[in-house]
Design a protein. Structure first.
Length: 252
């Protein structure tokens, strides 16, 4: 019984727990085009480091040395560096890691969100306990097919949660939304700063229930605060252009 207790304690202490305040270590696999190598992935408030016996693949990055940090899932992390790949005509080098022990938690996402110098791409949302101003079931349209989830609109962020395909979930602060549009009543599109071959990635949602008109005003006012001149009352869930007898000002 005593031995079992010691084993359980060791598992809880060493797997997916910080080795120091906000310092996290994981046994990880670095994916290569051919084969892969194993080592230790370390995430701290100052840097992300990959330690391995394969010296050509060992790296230390400050946060300003990373173009994009992408949490693909609790087990997968992708880092886009500024390092050129000469054999690929100067394309920026991408490092993909798979965690062999532990996982990326909401706490780690919060750390990365605070430290990243460019918009974080994450399927693991930081923990929050506030209620959304608007919420509706949606289908995220892919090139072929799609996945079912829920779109949630908060005062400081927009969240897409998909239990059907968790890796497709996303968290955006309004400053991380490059463009937003409503092409028709049952559509909702977000263009992010997420890198995709050919340009920024767009998320096109098919609404399964209509959002009130005020929801679009609510998001618009936060995505384009300098473009859309309106009084503060309009940027609230209960108000709209029609209710206030106003029309949005257009740019000259």
């Amino acid at each position: 019984m005593c031995r079992l207790s010691l084993i359980l304690f060791a598992i809880i202490f060493f797997v997916a727990t910080p080795v120091a305040a906000q310092n996290y270590e994981f046994s990880a696999e670095h994916e290569h085009t051919l084969r892969s190598c194993r080592g230790k992935l370390v995430i701290t408030p100052e840097k992300i480091e990959y330690q391995t016996e394969h010296k050509d693949h060992a790296r230390v990055w400050r946060y300003d040395e990373l173009q994009q940090i992408k949490v693909e899932s609790p087990k997968k992390l992708e880092l886009v560096s500024y390092e050129d790949q000469k054999w690929r005509l100067g394309l920026d080098r991408v490092f993909k890691f798979k965690l062999l022990e532990g996982e990326i938690t909401a706490e780690i996402s919060t750390l990365l969100l605070k430290r990243a110098t460019r918009p974080l791409v994450t399927s693991v949302a930081p923990a929050h306990d506030d209620a959304p101003a608007f919420e509706t079931p949606v289908k995220h349209l892919h090139r072929f097919g799609g996945c079912i989830g829920t779109l949630k609109i908060y005062p400081d962020r927009v969240v897409y949660e998909s239990k059907e395909m968790p890796s497709d979930s996303r968290f955006w602060r309004y400053s991380e939304i490059q463009n937003f549009s409503q092409s028709e009543r049952y559509r909702f599109e977000i263009v992010s700063f997420e890198d995709k071959f050919g340009g920024p990635k767009a998320y096109n949602f098919q609404l399964r229930e209509a959002l009130p008109a005020t929801a679009y005003d609510y998001v618009w006012a936060r995505v384009y605060p300098s473009k859309f001149r309106r009084d503060d009352r309009l940027a609230q869930p209960g108000n709209s252009q029609t209710a206030l007898g106003k029309r949005p000002a257009t740019e000259q």
